[in-house]
Write a protein that binds this ligand. Structure first.
Ligand SMILES: *[C@@H]1O[C@H](CO)[C@@H](O)[C@H](O)[C@H]1NC(C)=O
Ligand SMILES: *[C@@H]1O[C@H](CO)[C@@H](O)[C@H](O)[C@H]1NC(C)=O
Ligand SMILES: *[C@@H]1O[C@H](CO)[C@@H](O)[C@H](O)[C@H]1NC(C)=O
Ligand SMILES: *[C@@H]1O[C@H](CO)[C@@H](O)[C@H](O)[C@H]1NC(C)=O
Length: 536
């Protein structure tokens, strides 16, 4: 099978820069680690592959015809158009020997079918790549082939005459962690679809594979529900301009899927739900001032049957709209003040024998919610409080650890109880500070907690979170990149990849590559890129 190629890859090749940030001199350094960007012996590879064998044998690339062919031994089959969506260019590359660069893909099993499916949590990607005399890419799954293509693009560099080169290289690669996510928050500020798609594109360049879409919260409800359209009608910042229609959501999911990225939506309850109450009467708890309702509302009202009828219908819809096997159900930061003020709730607490322990009421609610979501055949992710409060969880629940301070202790507890977990506590990228804070994210070791081998195996990865209070379309991309790239390498590369100055060298080049690909990734430090961001 010969895949004729079109635009995307040409874009990659023509825009590639790689070691273009060499030779920069820095003065005036007041960082923790003095860094002078030099070329890394690993070029601009980011995240660093598990195994790289480089050589000094370099081949020139010329822009002539380039083809992707399916290897004879590949079981992908002639009808498989799995990689054509990448639209590889036919301009492409021949070596000085005028041999075609042949790119053979070989998959085990019939991956065509798999590519029609959703990416799943699977770390057996194992792409391997060897360049010249032919570029050969082998991957057991099509998702691994995607990562391999990105890696290939990172091997191309320009020499001093501006000619594109690629060195003889052998790489075999796989991610250390299966869950490598980015959380974006489209409630505190509405994020236009274009910004979300640009971020997904950048995630793919960094080999992230989960988009955690914190889609609604107190501030606004931009998700347009077919079953309950009044939720966004009343709860969005604007009912027409600041909503995600079913077509928008579908587009995001498909765009992500083609880049090997899962979309896990979060519908956080019972707290963080002020915007839900605007379009759904009686969903939230009326707060009292003395003996009278104050007019304010608190968390979801856990004592009404109508609440659970609503949640049943709502999550039935969500489970069909989002194809991923998991839904994030939130469950964090529930404020008990309003519940305490409400006489009906007090009466219910008494009947249930909860005493004054409102976390029991919270658990009562979450338990019922989890049972409802279980009937949709979805797995769920929850923030750590749900676990901390002792709610009964399905064995396949993913517990999301986010509270800083005693993070290691929490990881120890969650995995000790046998739950799969992901880590976000050290990776709240909405906190900004002067200097190179990427180093702080880079130095995190997710398995540093005290635990057995079995416990450590339960840590499937982590997520960088960019909460939206101070973030909208104007600043999302530069705030996230390349800071999130530090998290990307920590979650992909081997545990012993910890050399900060080598990371700085490669990240500088990687950042310039993102800029060259039109991603406004912010600088790491005083420097320049050969192709600066053009702005708008
Ligand atoms: C590629 O090869 C050239 C010599 O042809 C060498 O100078 C350079 O260091 C090599 N790059 C890498 C990343 O190995
Ligand atoms: C690939 O190219 C075709 C035809 O030019 C276009 O319809 C399609 O949207 C492109 N796909 C991507 C993923 O860019
Ligand atoms: C709520 O549902 C429970 C269990 O189905 C039932 O016993 C109870 O009477 C219902 N309450 C109301 C107010 O309908
Ligand atoms: C680690 O856990 C083991 C077993 O639970 C315990 O014996 C040991 O004291 C712990 N070590 C630290 C440093 O907490």
């Amino acid at each position: 099978v010969i895949f004729m190629c079109r635009s995307s890859f040409v874009v990659l090749l023509l825009l590639l820069s790689s070691r273009s940030c060499d030779g920069l001199q820095f003065n005036d350094i007041d960082e923790e680690v003095e860094l002078v960007a030099q070329s890394s012996r690993y070029g601009s590879l980011w995240p660093l592959p598990q195994k790289v064998q480089l050589s000094d044998v370099s081949f020139k690339l010329t822009t002539s015809s380039f083809r992707i062919v399916d290897a004879k031994e590949s079981s992908a089959g002639p009808s498989c158009k799995h990689l054509t969506f990448l639209n590889f260019s036919c301009h492409c590359v021949i070596f000085s020997t005028s041999t075609f660069v042949l790119w053979a893909t070989s998959f085990e099993g019939n991956e065509c079918d798999a590519f029609r499916d959703q990416p799943t949590r699977d770390k057996q990607h194992s792409p391997s790549l060897s360049v010249p005399p032919f570029a050969v890419l082998k991957a057991p799954k099509v998702w691994g082939a995607l990562h391999g293509l990105e890696t290939f693009s990172q091997l191309v560099y320009k020499d001093e005459f501006g000619t594109k080169n690629i060195n003889q290289t052998t790489i075999s690669d796989f991610p250390r962690f299966a869950h490598r996510g980015i959380l974006l928050d489209s409630s505190r500020h509405f994020l236009p679809i274009k910004v979300i798609l640009a971020n997904l594109e950048t995630m793919a360049m960094n080999k992230f594979n989960v988009f955690h879409w914190h889609i609604v919260d107190d501030q606004s409800f931009p998700y347009l529900s077919r079953t309950f359209p009044q939720l966004s009608q009343k709860g969005a910042y604007h009912p027409y301009t600041h909503v995600y229609t079913p077509a928008d959501v579908k587009m995001v999911i498909e765009f992500a899927r083609l880049r090997g990225i899962r979309v896990v939506p979060e519908y956080d309850t019972p707290g963080h739900t002020q915007s839900w109450g605007k379009g759904q009467a009686d969903l939230l708890t009326p707060c009292y001032a003395g003996s009278k309702p104050s007019g304010a509302f608190g968390p979801v009202n856990p004592i009404l049957n109508t609440t659970y009828d609503f949640m049943t219908q709502f999550f039935k819809e969500i489970s069909t709209v989002f194809p991923d096997a998991y839904i994030h159900l939130g469950g964090d930061e529930v404020d008990f003040t309003c519940w305490k003020s409400n006489p009906d709730i007090q009466k219910f607490m008494e009947q249930q024998g909860f005493g004054q322990d409102y976390s029991k009421l919270e658990s009562f609610y979450i338990q019922k919610l989890l049972n409802i979501v279980s009937t949709t055949n979805k797995g769920y992710m929850i923030w750590q409080e749900v676990f901390d409060n002792g709610v009964k969880l399905k064995p396949d629940t993913v517990v999301h650890v986010w509270i800083g301070g005693a993070t290691d202790e929490e990881m120890h507890k969650v995995t000790g109880a046998g739950y799969t977990t992901i880590l976000s506590a050290p990776w709240y990228l909405d906190y900004i500070s002067y200097g190179q804070d990427w180093q702080k994210y880079y130095k995190v070791e997710p398995l540093s907690f005290n635990g057995t081998e079995e416990q450590k195996k339960l840590v499937i990865g982590g997520e960088a979170c960019l909460w939206g209070e101070y973030v909208d379309a104007t600043n999302l991309t530069p705030r996230l990149w390349p800071r999130a790239s530090a998290v990307a390498e920590r979650l992909w590369s081997a545990k012993d990849v910890t050399d900060i100055s080598d990371a700085f060298n490669r990240l500088s080049a990687h950042r310039c590559r993102m800029v060259e690909r039109d991603i406004p990734a912010e600088p790491l430090f005083s420097s320049y890129c050969p192709h600066e961001y053009k702005g708008v």
